[in-house]
Design a binder for this molecule. Structure first.
Ligand code: ATP
Length: 512
């Protein structure tokens, strides 16, 4: 099965089992907006808790806030979003479809990369054991030609983006002979800048005076509150402020399921440091964040750093932590050294002093900021796509199992009476009653035990506990492990400890 087919199956599975529904489905959906169902919201809440506890609980010098989505419109002028939060757009005149110019070029580059990979596969087949990949990459003429093309296109694209040279971007698209995937033609408009912020009106005024934006990032809510927090919390530099909340962007290319949405959630932390010390903290947060991801156990090889070639207007260093999604390595989280750009500009635009008095150096200054910014929905997709497995079992049956890290699993334990009679449901409910204060549990007595196991595998429940006739005599149950499918007979008194060991936040947080 190809990655594409697997991804389609995953999307269908996410809907069938109550993880993610298309928004407004009965009205044929709303593009790039999704709703989280009964399982999805549990998984999402667990990811949030993991992030929040790792930031706020484990670090004495990090606190959290929850700022409003609506903010004074001047904030977005100060932050540069009104002037520069743009994507370069291009339309195909025949299909009337709109694309991001840089995405068209990135896709073109990806196709060339694919060609190189195919060439390598061919070489491997031809030369067998004696195949030397490094030498092949350095000498094969087809590979070299494509590599040169990739480097050339990338270099020119980055330059055009940095120079804001829209004509050069269009020329590059034409030169690469990129065709619209819908119409197949190369009939392109000019490239234009398109602002990604959604706007609306407050109050009853209909002119520009009531204009307000839906925040495109949560960070600014932290910046404008940084002194409130610093003073009321008696925070000393270095310190951080964390926030989880919704953000909105009018994305032009909305695709790949919940990877790119118009309404999404961010988990951001701004870390305020002494000017001149930012690179030290930048390096530290890069490593710390990677460690957070790896502790989930989705596979260390699925992550990599990608340094930004085009730095945003506010940054002096920036990188992405990329994850290997079913459609390739893509950005999951950004770590940015934002300098004092935001705070200085808010100082300028608001006319209020935003300086910090450093008691150690007896100096006042505007702090520098390191930001870690992760998309909650992208993290959700990373977990789900790494967890999704279609398996053939020894007995010839098939199962779909979500190997979600147990700490994040929506349901931790399913309590299943073997049959619906003979006092087994009553005993099962008694066990459920003792576990439900510790874990999110599910009770299920419908269908055969095999079918019930499959249903729990499909939502990623780490443990199933089965109550049978012997349970009434010896107070023991069968506990089944999702991944190994092994079953063990244990005393009811041990259940809490066994499950706790596997699913507790404590154990994963201790790894950090
Ligand atoms: P991209 O290059 O993919 O558009 P970005 O560099 O604009 O992302 P940032 O502004 O750095 O993204 O936002 C921080 C994080 O927010 C990203 O790493 C990503 O996880 C998440 N994010 C950004 N845009 C979206 C979106 N449209 N849908 C879902 N998550 C998003």
């Amino acid at each position: 099965m190809t990655q594409e087919e697997l991804f389609k199956n995953l999307i269908a599975h996410a809907k069938e089992y109550g993880f993610i529904f298309p928004s407004s489905e009965i009205y044929d959906g709303l593009s790039a907006v999704y709703d989280y169902g009964q399982m999805g919201v549990e998984l999402k809440n667990n990811i949030k808790k993991y992030w929040w506890d790792a930031m706020v609980r484990l670090n004495e010098n990090i606190v959290g806030i929850d700022s409003a989505i609506f903010m004074h419109p001047k904030i977005w002028e100060a932050s540069g979003h009104v002037g520069a939060f743009n994507d370069p757009l291009i339309d195909n005149k025949d299909s009337k479809k709109r694309y991001r110019a840089d995405v068209l070029l990135e896709d073109y580059i990806a196709k060339l990369e694919e060609k190189i990979e195919k060439e390598v596969a061919k070489g491997r087949k031809k030369f067998g054991d004696s195949f030397n990949e490094e030498q092949f990459l350095a000498t094969n003429p087809n590979v070299l030609r494509n590599r040169t093309k990739i480097d050339n296109v990338r270099e020119r694209m980055v330059k055009a983006l940095n120079d804001n040279d829209l004509k050069a971007l269009r020329d590059l698209i034409v030169e690469c002979e990129i065709a619209c995937p819908i119409s197949g033609t190369k009939n392109w408009t000019d490239v234009r800048q398109f602002n990604l912020m959604f706007s609306t009106q407050v109050g009853s005024v209909s002119d520009d005076a009531g204009l307000i934006y839906l925040r495109p990032e949560t960070a600014q809510g932290i910046f404008v509150n940084y002194l409130n927090v610093q003073k009321t919390g008696r925070m000393k530099i270095p310190f951080g402020i964390a926030q989880i909340g919704k953000a909105f962007r009018n994305e032009i290319v909305a695709r790949q399921f919940i990877f790119r949405m118009r309404e999404f959630e961010q988990m951001e932390m701004q870390f305020f440091v002494r000017p001149g010390e930012e690179m030290k903290w930048y390096a530290m947060w890069k490593e710390k964040r990677l460690q957070w991801h790896k502790a989930l156990g989705l596979g260390d090889g699925k992550y990599r750093f990608h340094d930004h070639e085009k730095l945003a207007h506010y940054a002096n260093a920036a990188c992405d932590i990329e994850f290997e999604f079913p459609f390739g390595f893509k950005e999951l989280e950004g770590v940015h050294s934002r300098t004092n750009f935001d705070l200085s500009n808010h100082q300028k635009f608001s006319g209020k002093k935003l300086q910090y008095f450093d008691p150690e150096t007896n100096e006042s200054y505007v702090p520098y900021v390191i930001e870690t910014s992760i998309g909650l929905d992208r993290c959700f997709l990373a977990v789900l796509s790494a967890a999704y497995h279609e398996e053939k079992l020894a007995d010839g049956e098939e199962r779909v199992v979500l190997r979600i890290p147990p700490v994040l699993a929506p349901v931790k334990v399913a309590v299943l009476p073997l049959v619906k009679k003979d006092g087994l449901p009553e005993k099962a409910r008694e066990i459920l009653g003792s576990l439900k204060y510790e874990f999110n549990c599910q009770y299920d007595e419908k269908d055969s035990i095999g079918k019930r196991y499959r249903r729990q595998d499909a939502i990623g429940t780490p443990y199933c506990v089965t109550i049978d006739h012997d349970t009434l005599k010896d107070n023991c149950v069968t506990i089944r492990d999702r991944d190994t499918m092994e079953q063990e007979r244990v005393s009811v008194d041990r259940l809490k400890d066994i499950i706790e060991e596997k699913v507790s936040f404590k154990n994963i947080l201790k790894k950090l």
